[in-house]
Design a protein around this ligand. Structure first.
Ligand code: S3P
Length: 454
């Protein structure tokens, strides 16, 4: 066995989306020689959240195939149910959602967003437009994360929001919203999405301007549900305009494979020249696919076939061949475009020829963990040299790492990033808190085990 779980671990049976429950597990990863095979990824997390929310406020039914299997997207579905939206998981695994239109029902309990910042930030835009109050809560990690970035603009639109000095829990009293013209101080797709959702309820035209382009799944999804909006480049970023009074119609969709989950396997493949990997039905949205350019610059050979568009989202199949891992500097808009993939890129950096420098990525400090500190700590435990900076990391290349006892810091992407780093270390690596992977990808460790050659 490549991996040994300390205790039996079946993520699908652990209700991680409930902020009260935590079952710890650890995993041991042994070195590998290559990564070969095919991986089918569960549906993209970002798109799953958005489709579940929009399907809930649409008219008519939606059917979502390949919905994300992660606990975060289960949190979104649970919150929608608490707001009166009915849905079922079919025997074929598809989620069927009966849209209620814009008016939801007052929840009888707090809306439990679990570990999911996307759920809390994006859904706050919808509950702000309701005629009732909602309390939104989260787990320990989410309760430390900044919410002022949605509180400020939603308050300008007319919502009343109480918080713990800008952090959860949030008590949102909805009202008749009015449109705003808002320049976002931080490039955040979650904040943009929150305001576009609130814009569906607000009198007038809401304009949101982002300083750098962020993922555009909300714009694409809104159009798929029948909403008209305008979006164009402005300065170094983008502006989006939306008007209320537009009806959403349910959709029938197959959600493309999650590119941020694929990143772990792609980086694992990049560690070994003998790797050969196939990834069918993968999300290729240009606002997310910068990772593929970066990996190709770093020496991974990637070819894309069977490109298609589904509800405005680009999907393709990847054929990947390992090479010799080169170094790279990632900064500016690239850092924003691959913000979720930076931990795994940093975790493989010591094995690259010339190392990796990451700049302009201060947002990493306010994710599920402080990802800059978490990556630096784990790499040091493996014997790596690392320079930690306020907005990034500088990691020299050509280093030899040894197996060590690591921590996930209760962060799914840290748990998975270091399972990848462990594949080229000398000796075994133990990862505590491995269950965190289930936040986005419950089957991660078993899938990795299938494609790793030793
Ligand atoms: C997400 C946006 C990003 C990303 C998060 C998912 C989204 O967060 O880190 O995992 O689905 O919109 P920010 O919007 O805070 O940058």
């Amino acid at each position: 066995m490549l991996f040994r779980a300390q205790r039996d671990y079946d993520a699908s049976s652990i209700p991680l989306y409930c902020s009260q429950v935590k079952v710890e597990s650890q995993i041991v990863v042994r070195p590998a020689r290559n990564v070969c095979g095919a991986v089918q990824l569960p549906g993209d997390k970002s798109i799953s959240h958005r489709y579940a929310m929009l399907a809930g406020i649409a008219e008519g039914d939606s059917r979502l195939e390949n919905y994300s299997t992660g606990a975060d997207c289960a949190s979104t579905l649970a919150c929608m149910r608490a707001l009166g939206v009915t849905w079922q998981k079919n025997s074929d695994g598809a989620i069927e959602i009966q849209g209620r239109g814009f008016c939801l029902s007052p929840p009888s309990q707090p809306l439990d967003c679990g570990n999911s910042g996307s759920t809390m930030r994006m859904l706050s835009g919808i509950v702000a437009g309701q005629k009732f109050s909602s309390e939104m809560i989260g787990d320990e990690s989410l309760s430390r994360r900044p919410m002022q970035r949605v509180i400020t603009p939603l308050t300008m639109m007319g919502a009343r929001i109480a918080s713990q000095e800008g952090k959860p829990p949030l008590c949102i009293t909805g009202s008749a919203l009015k449109a705003i013209d808002y320049q976002m101080p931080v490039a955040s797709a979650q904040v943009k999405s929150c305001l576009l959702f609130a814009g569906l309820y607000a009198e007038g035209e809401t304009r949101v301007e982002e300083p750098l382009p962020t993922r555009d799944h909300t714009e694409v999804a809104l159009r798929a549900f029948g909403v008209q909006l305008e979006s164009k480049a402005i300065g170094g970023g983008r502006e989006v305009r939306i008007r209320r009074g537009q009806r959403l119609r349910g959709i029938d969709a197959r959600i493309p494979g999650d590119l941020s989950s694929a990143a772990f396997f792609l980086c694992a493949a990049a560690l070994f020249p003998a790797s050969r990997l196939t990834v069918p039905n993968l999300l290729m949205n240009p606002s997310r696919a910068r990772l593929l350019d970066i990996l190709m610059q770093m020496g991974l050979r990637i070819s894309v076939t069977q490109l298609a568009e589904i509800h405005g989202e680009l999907v393709g199949s990847l054929e990947v061949e390992g090479g010799t891992l080169q170094g790279i500097t990632i900064s500016g808009s690239d850092s924003a475009a691959v913000i979720d993939e930076l931990p795994v890129l940093a975790a493989v950096a010591p094995y690259s020829a010339k190392g990796i420098e990451i700049r302009d990525a201060k947002e990493l400090r306010v994710k599920e963990s402080d990802r800059i500190a978490a990556v630096a700590e784990n790499l040091r435990r493996m014997g790596a040299q690392v320079e930690e900076r306020e907005d990034g990391l500088k990691i020299p290349g050509a280093q030899t790492l040894h197996g060590a006892e690591l921590d996930s810091f209760s962060d799914h992407r840290i748990a998975m990033a270091f399972a990848v780093a462990a594949l080229r270390a000398q000796g075994e690596t133990l990862i505590r808190g491995a269950e965190s992977a289930a936040i986005s990808y419950p089957a991660f460790f078993s899938t990795l085990e299938h494609i790793v050659g030793r």
